[in-house]
Design a protein around this ligand. Structure first.
Ligand code: NAP
Ligand code: ZN
Length: 360
């Protein structure tokens, strides 16, 4: 691991944290490091509430280090730059996603795939080089290594762009891997119409594909077709609709946050089709072999994106004017928002207005 000297943790920051798996978020005052030579300081304006935050707050994956300050869909404005930082200046509109540090030396770091570095450290619930636990964007200020910061295109609003930093890049990278950026006219399926799913629909449509949403929520059909422009909507609990959908899709993105079987989803792929799993349920998902082998189908995973891909995704969203459909909340509404997210009641991403000044 590259040893980088990190300055003292002397800056007092106001944030919001969960202290145990009861999941309740309360105001929390903590310290951040001084702005180091490679760092930028960011006044946080908006932070999306990703389902991953809920997994961590509830300790679904058994790896939460409390107190946890969640948040990895952060937009804000730079207030300080370190002496080694040449590509950002004070006042720049920037975003921070899931990544806080990586070793910078392994084959993945050297090839702009640092999201697969085996020493990757995340924006929250990670351990930084100096041994300190990282705290995320449910806070009014962030110190970030400039190598893990991207620019927000001028035409994108900071609130509706915030969820792109995780939800956006997480669905963008498997689409890119499956050549969906350069070859329009494919049949693309999106399973789960939540934070990740709704951006996936918008991106796939912008890239010129025929998009089918596969959902457990019949109530989302109208919006999916008319607001998000999906071409087709299948209710996954409706056997007849699932039967009709068999062997129709080239690529499917599975964004589901809860345990489920991949069998019926695989059946919807054409022969040779690819299922990219990005949802991260706490228990194993069922992977029956018959639909896999009878259709020579592939299942692959994907974990957020590299910084290069994150910037590329932001620029592509700027070009196509892709933003997220958000419900803006104040920090004192975080607990209600988390309850609603757990009940699958959000259209389609909660975003915390950290400064309380939505006009910024
Ligand atoms: P979300 O907004 O809650 O959306 C998840 C969607 O899954 C729901 O809207 C719902 O869609 C569907 N769903 C929920 N419960 C279900 C069930 N029991 N059976 C079938 N479908 C169900 O969550 P998100 O923020 O998009 O995140 C989704 C998952 O991706 C989470 O597990 C998160 O941790 C993970 N994630 C992974 C990465 C990565 O790097 N791979 C990055 C970010 C997030 P319908 O109502 O349409 O069925
Ligand atoms: Zn996330």
């Amino acid at each position: 691991m590259a040893l980088e000297s990190t300055p003292n943790h002397t800056q007092t920051v106001a944030g919001w944290a969960a202290h145990d798996s009861s999941g309740k978020i309360v105001p929390y005052i903590f310290k951040r490091r001084e702005n180091g030579v490679n760092d930028v300081s960011i006044k946080v304006m908006y932070c999306g509430i990703c389902h991953t935050d809920l997994h961590f707050i509830n300790n679904d994956w058994g790896i939460t280090m409390y107190p946890v300050v969640p948040g990895h869909e952060i937009t804000g404005v730079i207030t300080k730059v370190g002496s080694n930082v040449k590509n950002f200046k004070i006042g720049d509109r920037v975003g921070v996603g899931c990544l806080a540090a990586s070793c910078l030396e392994c084959e993945f770091c050297k090839n702009s795939q640092e999201n697969y570095c085996d020493q990757i450290q995340f924006t929250y619930n990670g351990i930084f080089w100096d041994g300190s636990i990282t705290y995320g964007g449910y806070s009014d200020m962030l110190v970030a290594d400039h190598r893990y910061v991207v620019r927000v295109p001028d035409n994108l609003p900071m609130d509706a762009a915030a969820p792109l930093l995780c939800a956006g890049v997480t669905v963008f990278t498997p689409m890119k891997d499956c050549q969906l950026l350069e070859s329009p006219g494919k049949k693309v399926g999106v399973v789960g119409l939540g934070g990740l799913g709704h951006v996936a629909v918008k991106m796939a449509k912008a890239f010129g594909h025929h998009v089918t949403v596969i959902s457990t929520s019949p109530s989302k059909e109208n919006e999916a077709k008319h607001r998000l422009d999906a071409d087709s909507f299948i209710v996954s609990t409706n056997d007849e609709q699932m039967q009709r959908g068999k062997r129709t899709l080239d690529v499917i993105l599975d964004t589901v946050s809860a345990q489920h079987s991949l069998g019926p989803i695989l059946e919807m792929l054409k022969v040779n089709g690819t299922l990219a799993v990005v949802g991260a349920p706490d228990r194993p998902i069922e992977l029956p072999s018959f639909p896999l082998i009878f259709g020579k189908r592939s299942v692959k995973g994907s974990m957020t994106g590299s910084m290069k891909e994150t910037q590329e995704m932001m620029d592509v969203c700027g070009k196509h004017n892709i933003t997220c459909d958000v419900e803006l909340i104040k920090p004192d509404q975080i607990n209600q928002a988390l309850d609603r997210l757990a009940r699958n009641d959000v259209r389609y991403r909660f975003v915390i207005d950290i400064t309380g000044n939505s006009k910024l």
